[in-house]
Design a protein around this ligand. Structure first.
Ligand SMILES: Cc1cc2nc3c(=O)[nH]c(=O)nc-3n(C[C@H](O)[C@H](O)[C@H](O)COP(=O)(O)OP(=O)(O)OC[C@H]3O[C@@H](n4cnc5c(N)ncnc54)[C@H](O)[C@@H]3O)c2cc1C
Ligand code: FES
Length: 259
């Protein structure tokens, strides 16, 4: 897929959870086609931060020519992105990597599992699936209910189930413990994004239930285009590959985790 380097205007940037901002950028000239699960490398407007930061595409609004990013503030780069204000200009390189396979694989009953800010690419995926008449089921986990982000937005596209470690929203426990949903429904594909222990648990659950599963990995990245070799993952079929170029989304059958 062709990559573009674009200067986009900040339309809005507002906090939507503890330490999490929603950055909305607008293009005057339209946005290229993008697949859910792909990401952008955003140039950080700070002299302290040299490398672009990889951030998943959270939503696309084709009518308004806007693109959204859900950003958790963890260091200087994300703090500088959170400080952007309406009218500022941001340089982005996109779309990068390979997204979820929904455009090339038949799916009828998808389960979208997210943890923390890992829910980010699943809103765009939900938009895309719903646009094709497929109602996704979302299953999100967090330490508490406040950390499950943008619930109302996700509920526009599908059904939302939650687990929290303190029991303050949904069922108590981890996503793979959600008995009401997982014991009563069947799914033909799982798409997941979140912390690695969650992805491994989800992958094992999918294997046990004979369900196809794709996970989005969030390795530390620099160039984002396969040039610096700093984001390598060992795969069963091709050995070491760059997550930024071959991923970030992988079918779990390819990952050594499950071999
Ligand atoms: C493909 C991809 C998509 C991503 N999508 C999103 C997104 O939609 N929203 C979002 O908030 N973040 C996302 N991230 C993570 C985000 O890129 C990092 O949090 C960001 O680069 C940190 O930059 P910083 O300068 O603020 O922090 P730094 O100063 O670089 O790091 C601060 C702390 O965060 C840790 N850290 C940095 N990057 C990562 C990482 N990739 N995984 C785990 N720990 C890390 C560092 O080890 C350090 O402890 C994504 C990462 C990848 C690879
Ligand atoms: S980030 Fe440079 S090769 Fe992946």
């Amino acid at each position: 897929m062709k990559k573009f380097q674009l200067d986009l205007a900040v339309e809005d940037n507002c906090m939507v959870g503890p330490g999490v901002t929603l950055l909305t950028l607008r293009s005057e000239d339209g946005l290229p086609d993008m697949v859910a699960g792909q990401f952008a490398e955003i140039l950080v407007p700070s002299a302290k931060v040299l490398l672009r930061r990889p951030i998943s595409i959270h939503f696309i609004d084709k009518e308004r020519n806007t693109i959204g990013f859900l950003i958790q503030i963890v260091g200087d780069g994300t703090a500088a992105l959170a400080a952007l204000r309406a009218g500022d200009s941001v340089n982005v390189l996109l779309p990068l990597g390979n997204g979820f396979s929904y455009r090339s694989t038949h799916v009828a009953r998808p389960l979208l599992i997210g943890g923390g800010v890992g829910v980010a690419p699943l809103l765009f995926l939900g938009q895309e699936l719903a646009g094709n008449g497929i109602i996704p089921t979302f299953l999100f986990g967090g330490r508490n209910g406040e950390l499950i982000l943008r619930k109302e937005e996700f509920m526009k596209y599908g059904n939302l189930f939650m687990t929290t470690e303190d029991g303050s929203a949904g069922e108590r426990g981890f996503v793979t413990d959600h008995s009401l949903l997982l014991d009563s429904e069947s799914f033909d594909r799982v798409y997941a994004c979140g912390p690695t222990p969650m992805l491994k648990a989800v992958g094992h659950w999918a294997r046990e239930h004979d369900t196809a599963c794709e996970v989005s990995l969030e390795h530390r990245m620099a160039c984002g285009i396969g040039a610096c070799l700093c984001c390598v993952e060992d795969t069963a079929d091709s050995g070491n590959v760059c997550v930024c170029k071959e991923g970030p989304v992988f079918n779990i059958d390819r990952l050594k985790w499950f071999h």
